[in-house]
Design a protein around this ligand. Sequence first.
Ligand code: AMP
Length: 500
Amino acid sequence: MPNPLYDTLFAPLASRDSRLLILSDGTEVTGRTFHGLIGRAANALRAAGVGPSDRVAVQIAKSPEALAIYAATVSIGAAFLPLNTAYTPPEVAYFLENATPRLFLCEPAKAASLAGVASRTTLKTLDSEGGGSFGADLSDAATAFTPEPRTPSDLAAILYTSGTTGRSKGAMLTHANLLSNAESLAQLWRFTSDDVLLHALPIFHTHGLFVASNVSLLTGGAMIFLPGFDPDAVLRLLPQATTLMGVPTFYTRLLDDKRFDRALTAHMRLFVSGSAPLLAGTHRQFQHRTGHRILERYGMTETNMNTSNPYDGERRAGTVGFPLPGVELRIRAEGHAVPKGEVGVIEVRGPNVFAGYWQMPEKTREDLREDGWFITGDLGQLDADGYLQIVGRSKDLVISGGFNIYPIEVEMVLDEQPGVLESAVIGLPHPDFGEAVFAVLVAKRGETVDIAAVLEGLQGKLARFKQPKSALVLSELPRNAMGKVQKADLRKTYAGWFNP
Ligand code: AMP
């Protein structure tokens, strides 16, 4: 009985005695052992009551077990719902209410603070060492299992985007979405079973979970599976790798380290960047230091990957290349396609495009046209040779260290702080994070604002990566005639704040 993702990505592991995962302490996990772990996870999930079409939400550390739970969830026909490990209990509450998962897995240390918000689901725990109540279930479970039959259009995962109005939307991704994208990327980027991918990305986001892991699984290669991006570990393990996928922050951090040089990278086949704009300067500095040209690509939660610079041929700095095979792309403004060189909103259509937002038919209708075109909300233009350049984000998204932050969500919490009348949150260029969150505050009449106290007041209410790195008090916000805050002016005025 077919299960597209299981059959293609996971079933072949059962007979594979070569290593699949290499952990930071040097431990190796073979394909066969990992397949056994998928089986244990599948049986433990089923024993916890998870059935076909259920959701499994997880907020757990990156580990082989966590990856196996993703594989097991899709293999038993349920949808995998990973959550950023930085989310606070009030943030997690929203996702659990919206997605109503059958099971929620969290770290043992957070179980007490999450028990309240997870009262309507089964809560189990797992830590990065395989400990916790679900860790015990995994140890006790058998490895043999039968996958659940699924069609290509069945749901495999729900990944939540950041919400423009403080409400995140759950992007429904099907087996066909994930598989088609993995197949395109593997071919385009020439992945083979000889590749060893240095995997230092989180696996709660499309980049680390789908782009990196699925491409590697599909092609039978190995992954150096690190808990996070630690420059020392990356530099130590790079000699064993052939490829690295990262966000721009990885590359700026590596370039900050003198040990990262031509000799250390001479054997590498490919460096890929995405999830946020890679500055053309970083691209050039990287080539100067290592002789390699970073391959930049563009994608998003709802669409997987859309475009990529070429493997052969010019990788053009400041651009994200061409549409992937099978992906159509157009740039429109005021209802019409714009000519090359003009800016408009990027729209994409293809097998990579999601099936809609979970239980939000109206939002789906707003962004996903009936004829299959998805309105990305990104602003872009094509250069004379057809390379796509992303010039801005129509939704005012801030991307800091590869994480998306929607200003409105931060502003809403800032506005509740003592003495604050209103606020404007913007992203400013930052040498390390690409962009850093910056807040402009206005005091209530007759009151003063203590910036340190305001920032302190955000602890526990917003994930740390969303909290402003710095703030400033102004007597009023710049506004246009229609009363709209002129964020572009603020960005321009304070552009050198973190980068003097
Ligand atoms: P996410 O849904 O978290 O993957 O974020 C998707 C957004 O990240 C896109 O809509 C773009 O705004 C941005 N993004 C992704 N890749 C790139 C890139 N290579 N250059 C510029 N922006 C990017």
